[in-house]
Design a protein around this ligand. Structure first.
Ligand SMILES: O=C(O)C(=O)C[C@H](O)C(=O)CO
Ligand SMILES: [Zn+2]
Length: 280
């Protein structure tokens, strides 16, 4: 089994200002997360965040360590969040099997050696979106189903930003060292996520777009609030947001995205909100 691995370095606002379309895409966009019977991993130097996709179709896939970690197994010094964006599947964690249905999540604590991903049916495979961060302590592995999440409603139809935020891996739901993950779904007719936009210099963030119809797209906005850039994104693509950058998007239809964060604190509400009419 191949693990397709990329490294992304951290870039400063000064460098990013000079980037053209392809430069921005090469630096921040994560494509091809799901290829049959493969693992794709992107190791980012922002908070040493790992973004990945695991797509077991005809066989089970084990998560192996990568050179970037210099560890004997992947979770030797890390924790892992998994959200299944495909059909039914399971994750075996040192022999304990967790069944994950569509949009169910699993938090896996540091120190677990053998992580094996499987689909229930090769004709309707699971798609496991994964995020991983360095961890200093072992917390118990926990499945987070749709009934376990914290739900927040934000926005209004009048401002085209009515959406539901589901917090899966946050410290009020599961004990974590630094990883946070959740899912935001736009209501029909609304297109703007994370508007008003914000930054949080204490945490980097990654957005992974899903439920984007094949002939539609999301224009994702990034950059300093007064120096924004956009990146056009398709279904099942992710984008890295540096801590100094806004992360917001407008779709040509409604859609869903998974956000994941790591850094200085676990305070979801620690955001510096940008006035909409001051964005440039
Ligand atoms: O639509 C939103 O607003 C979000 O989903 C915001 C993210 O959760 C986020 O950026 C958290 O920092
Ligand atoms: Zn944010």
């Amino acid at each position: 089994m191949k693990q397709n691995i990329e490294t992304r370095y951290a870039a400063s606002p000064r460098e990013v200002k000079q980037m053209d379309t392809q430069g921005l895409r090469d630096e921040f966009l994560v494509e091809d997360l799901f290829t049959e019977d493969n693992v794709k991993l992107v190791y980012s130097h922002y908070d040493r965040y790992v973004i990945g996709g695991v797509s077991p179709v005809n066989k089970a896939i084990s998560l192996e360590t990568i050179d970037q970690l210099k560890s004997s197994y992947f979770l030797e010094r890390r924790e892992l969040g998994v959200i299944n964006v495909g059909e039914a599947g399971s994750v075996s964690v040192d022999g304990q099997v967790y069944e994950l249905g569509h949009k169910e999540a699993l938090y896996i604590g540091k120190g677990n050696k053998e992580i094996i991903f499987s689909s229930k049916s090769s004709s309707n495979p699971a798609l496991f979106y994964i995020n991983s961060t360095p961890a200093h302590k072992t917390y118990p592995t926990k499945k987070i189903g749709l009934d376990d999440v914290e739900v927040v409603e934000l926005g209004t139809p009048e401002t085209s930003n009515a959406r539901t935020i589901r917090k899966y891996i946050v410290n009020s739901v599961v004990d974590v060292c630094q990883l946070q993950m959740g899912m935001t779904t736009l209501k029909s007719g609304s297109v703007w996520n994370t508007m008003p936009a914000h930054v949080h210099d204490r945490r980097m963030e990654v957005y992974f777009y899903l439920d984007v119809p094949q002939d539609q797209a999301v224009s994702h906005f990034m950059g300093e609030p007064t120096e924004t850039r956009h990146v056009w994104m398709a279904n099942h693509q992710a984008i890295i947001s540096p801590p100094w950058s806004i992360h917001s998007g407008a779709g040509t239809s409604s859609y869903t995205f998974i956000w994941g964060m790591a850094g200085e604190n676990l305070d979801y509400g620690d955001m510096d909100v940008c006035a909409i009419n001051e964005l440039r």
